[in-house]
Design a protein around this ligand. Structure first.
Ligand SMILES: *[C@@H]1O[C@H](CO)[C@@H](O)[C@H](O)[C@H]1NC(C)=O
Ligand SMILES: *[C@@H]1O[C@H](CO)[C@@H](O)[C@H](O)[C@H]1NC(C)=O
Ligand SMILES: *[C@@H]1O[C@H](CO)[C@@H](O)[C@H](O)[C@H]1NC(C)=O
Length: 391
């Protein structure tokens, strides 16, 4: 028997990776930032999304608020915006200050009364604004302004945003990723400051749970089970262990995957305005295919049965489809959720490791099969429908 990596230790390594993938990160802080005028602001805050920062001073005696909002536009040539929403917590109704590079090349700040989703037009806002200016350097824009907020304000609802482009002096729509939709919080003007996301925390948590469940099931367990089935059975001594390992991996993947699928459906039903059609449809397809695949276990003919060939084609065809669609959908999910970069990198490494293990085992399998063929001159392993599987 040729030596092959033990599935148990692979699994351990992959589980460790999955745990790494879950751990959160955040490092840069506003207090270490330097820019023109940064001495003018008494307080600062690392905003929870879009790599944005707010520096501000609030003068309670005449209720004037002086701010510097710092963010990278989503593409160069884009825009950044900071707003107060006097009536609500989201974008609708917000009184926005927007900074972008105007046609003559200089940075400009405009105000927008955002009453609806859709194209915006420059307008007066419900606060007096003065000393508004903006600058841009090394991919980051800074918006400075002073505003008169309602007297005796203790907190304000702030909303911030970044966009990709400006066409003919009109800022184009920003994307609707989780990070964009969660770009709002309550800013406490007096007293100690902490970022208090307004009603977004539990939803982000749910999305993370959805992501983790699906990465572990379709992204890690399912491919591991497929590798076990395809390669370990070449080795007579792996009989019948490979079969039980394969069934164990795929049934666990299915159970966790169904939980992940359920959280996805729930998330979808909770946000009727936002649709990730591709991600949703692939998710539903993967679930249906996986359910069909579970039946393969019960419908399996004996290995010398005349229908076994058709069963093999169905089982392998559906299996490879789930493998490809599952991994594809995980990457679509990463693009929607936009977690810290290392989460995606860690998963890419998992995929590379699994791919390398598969390649290595493919090579070993061929060596074993060719040797067996030359020594015994039996029916060669065809790499797909060989008759060595368990009944
Ligand atoms: C409020 O007072 C500060 C100084 O205390 C001053 O710089 C600022 O211009 C005043 N704002 C308004 C709206 O009067
Ligand atoms: C550039 O255009 C903006 C408005 O689009 C204007 O406010 C500003 O004065 C212009 N700057 C120069 C240098 O022409
Ligand atoms: C902003 O738009 C809303 C809805 O169109 C309107 O009711 C409100 O008066 C506007 N605010 C200002 C300052 O123009």
């Amino acid at each position: 028997m040729a030596s092959s990596p033990s599935p148990a230790s692979d699994f351990l390594v992959l589980t460790l990776w999955a745990l790494l993938v879950i751990s959160p990160v955040h490092s840069l802080t506003c207090s270490s930032q330097t820019f023109t005028n940064n001495g003018l602001y008494k307080k600062c805050l690392d905003l929870p999304t879009l790599s944005s920062y707010l520096h501000w001073t609030y003068d309670q005696s005449n209720s004037s608020l002086s701010i510097a909002f710092i963010a990278p536009p989503s593409k160069s040539g884009g825009w950044i915006a900071w707003a107060i929403n006097p009536t609500d917590t989201g974008m609708k109704g917000s009184q926005a200050l927007l900074a972008f590079k105007s046609d003559n090349g200089s940075m400009t700040v405009k105000t927008y009364n955002i009453s609806n989703i859709g194209p915006v037009t420059e307008s007066k806002i419900s606060f007096d604004v003065w000393d508004a200016s903006a600058e841009s350097s090394s991919g980051v824009m800074r918006l400075f302004a002073k505003l008169k907020v309602p007297s005796n304000s203790q907190t304000i609802n702030q909303v911030w945003q970044v966009g990709p482009s400006v066409t003919g002096g009109v800022p184009d729509a920003h994307s609707m990723q989780t990070a964009n939709l969660n770009a709002k919080s309550t800013l406490s003007l007096v007293g100690e400051q902490t970022a208090t996301p307004s009603g977004t925390d539990s939803r982000t948590k749910k999305k993370n749970i959805h992501g983790v469940l699906n990465v572990v099931s379709w992204g890690i367990l399912f491919p591991t089970g497929a590798i076990i089935a395809r390669y370990l059975r070449t080795f007579e001594s792996a009989e019948p262990a490979w079969f039980y390992l394969h069934v164990f991996c795929q049934i666990s993947a299915y159970a966790i995957g169904v939980a992940g699928w359920g959280t996805g459906l729930k998330l979808g039903s909770e946000s009727p305005g936002v649709q990730y059609t591709g991600h949703r449809n692939i998710g539903i397809s993967v679930f249906c295919l996986a359910t069909v695949q579970i039946f393969a276990l019960f419908l399996r003919p004996k290995k010398d049965h005349k229908y076994r060939l058709y069963w093999n084609i169905y089982h392998h065809g559906v299996g490879y489809s789930i493998l490809i669609l599952g991994i594809l959908n995980i990457f679509k999910g990463y693009d929607i959720l936009q977690p810290a970069k290392k989460w995606k990198s860690a998963y890419i490494i998992v995929i590379i490791v699994l791919g390398a293990i598969a390649l290595l085992l493919e090579a070993i399998t061929w060596i074993v099969v060719l040797r067996r063929k030359s020594s015994k001159s039996t029916k060669p392993y065809d790499g797909f429908n060989n008759g060595q599987g368990r009944q």
